[in-house]
Design a binder for this molecule. Structure first.
Ligand code: PEP
Ligand code: MN
Length: 346
């Protein structure tokens, strides 16, 4: 039998399979075509009248994605490049952002900044306002932390990224940092997204720990619809089963997102795993799968870190990771050169 997918094309599918398998195959084909660059105009997409709830749910999912006019991939395939102080995220060089989970002292953040810059990181991370699960855990140095982060970034020529937890913090954080992070716990904070949408700083939007790829895209759409074109998406792991890792990294979300959106996508292997031994292998996989960058926690003395000690790399571990990633960065660049040209956010 034939399955009609586009108006002018037909695809032959199995003649010798049972009805259930056939329905499943049709479903898979719809998914593949819906997300392929060839079918970005959702009007071109025809659904067979498969009489099942599953098909209805799929249809609804496609319809909701098709409505995301700001984040959806452009017809000419151009990707967005977010530019901050000479660093391009989503361009033709892989970008490593690294630094401590939280800024703890001037000495700590200076040591971290010096080390990560020397090892090849191009953006310094560090939390001032820390959204902690426990109200008794270290909550960050707040404004003092942002000032120290700025000082360290300036000292070593690195733009800095740090989190704003509320809409009321946006203006203050924007004064000190180059990229504002939306943490996993805040991805659905509509007031925060609206305030950041109006803010002139680029936003690093982390996927909610129980959010689907579609919901991450909806949050990005909210930022863009409020006026901010400079959005970087971040896969940082989602909640699944087991306690051996802190989260489960949905690595395939990276190419899936790239198929649907023009925005850059980075991976945070620190929060995705919660274990420093797993950070380098996951980082390698993130480069191989085509992420635009990494966000990695590095601490001069991880054992005494006030937050996320178990997942923070010591400086020599970060250096080794960067050295071992070097050939992968080369392959990444070769692969990127075969892709569509990138465009500046507008
Ligand atoms: C962080 O980057 O330190 C952080 C709190 O991240 P997440 O929101 O992904 O847990
Ligand atoms: Mn952290």
């Amino acid at each position: 039998m034939y399955l009609s997918i586009f108006r002018d094309k037909k695809v032959l599918i199995g003649c010798f399979i049972g009805a259930e398998a056939e329905t499943r195959l049709k479903t898979n084909l719809r998914v593949a075509y819906a997300f392929s660059g060839a079918c970005l105009d959702f009007d071109d997409f025809e659904f067979d009248p498969i009489d099942s709830l599953e098909a209805d749910a799929e249809r609804a999912a496609y319809d909701s994605l098709a409505a995301l006019k700001h984040v959806r991939k452009r017809a000419n395939g151009e990707r967005t490049v977010v530019r901050v102080n000479g660093v391009e995220i989503g361009g033709d060089r892989f970008v490593v952002m690294a630094g401590p989970c939280a800024v703890e002292s001037e000495r700590q953040v200076m040591q971290a900044a010096e080390a990560v810059a020397r090892a090849g990181a191009r953006v310094l991370r560090g939390g001032g306002f820390k959204p902690r699960t426990s109200p008794y855990a270290f909550q960050g140095l707040g404004l003092e932390g942002l000032k120290l982060l700025r000082k360290a970034g300036d000292a070593f020529g690195l733009p800095v990224v740090s989190e704003a937890m509320t809409d009321g913090q946006v203006e203050l954080v924007a004064e000190y940092v180059d990229i504002i992070q939306v943490g996993t716990r805040s991805m659905e904070n509509a007031a925060l997204l609206a305030a950041l949408g109006r803010c002139p700083r680029p936003v690093l939007l982390k996927r909610g720990m129980v959010a689907s790829v579609e919901e991450l895209l909806q949050a990005a759409e909210a930022l863009m619809a409020h006026g901010n074109p400079n959005v970087i998406l971040c896969e940082r792991g989602i909640r699944t089963l087991g306690k051996l890792t802190r989260n489960t990294c949905d690595l395939v979300a990276v190419p899936l997102l790239h198929q649907f959106t023009h925005l850059p996508v980075i991976v945070d292997p620190s929060h995705a795993t919660g274990r420093r031994s797993l950070v380098p292998p996951l980082a390698r996989a993130a480069v191989a799968i085509g992420a635009d960058g990494l966000l990695v926690e590095v601490h001069p003395f991880p054992k005494t870190a006030l937050s996320d000690a178990a997942q923070s790399l010591a400086i020599p571990q970060f250096e080794r990771m960067m050295q071992r990633l070097a050939p992968y960065f080369g392959l990444w660049a070769e692969e990127r050169a075969t892709e569509q040209p990138a465009a500046t956010a507008r």
